[in-house]
Design a protein around this ligand. Structure first.
Ligand code: FES
Length: 153
């Protein structure tokens, strides 16, 4: 039992055939081969799978692909501009050493962008609260906050 859906991903319309229970992260990684979005817990606890759906961040492991039908998704692959220039948040993460192993970084960066876009970057406490759903086992939290503050300012 599959269904054909259309989702705009990083500005490009993609058609795919998914099962009703296929999650968005499975559609991205397994169906489309876009492995920039990571799976950590696969149950909404770690934020590794964070993407933007219609401008809001979502855990793509908790979002069914069919729920994104007709919508717009932004993943880490869509952040740098086509000439290869990094998104300001990517540059800020690099400048501030806001990662160690890097596994959580795609999700952190999407959340960090949403943090500013949604107006939750007023001060460090607010940033930490907003970012609390994105776990980093290496403990790069202070550097992640520093990167967000730099982009905000
Ligand atoms: Fe989705 Fe952990 S993999 S929240």
């Amino acid at each position: 039992d599959t269904r054909n859906i259309e989702i705009k991903i990083n500005g490009k319309t993609r058609n795919m055939s998914v099962e009703p229970r296929t999650t968005l992260v499975e559609a991205l990684r397994d169906t489309l081969g876009m492995t920039g979005t990571k799976i950590g817990c696969n149950q909404g606890q770690c934020g590794a799978c964070t993407v933007l759906l219609n401008g809001s961040r979502v855990n793509s492991c908790l979002t069914l692909a069919v729920m994104a039908e007709g919508g717009e998704v932004v993943t880490v692959e869509g952040l740098a501009d086509p000439s290869g220039d990094l998104h300001p948040m990517q540059s800020a993460f690099a400048r501030n050493d806001a990662f160690q192993c890097g596994y959580c970084t795609p999700g952190q960066i999407l959340s960090a962008i949403a943090c500013i876009d949604e107006g939750h970057a007023g001060n460090e406490a607010e940033i930490r609260e907003y970012m609390s759903g994105n776990l980093c086992r290496c403990g790069a939290y202070p550097n992640i906050v520093a990167a967000i503050v730099q982009v905000r300012d």
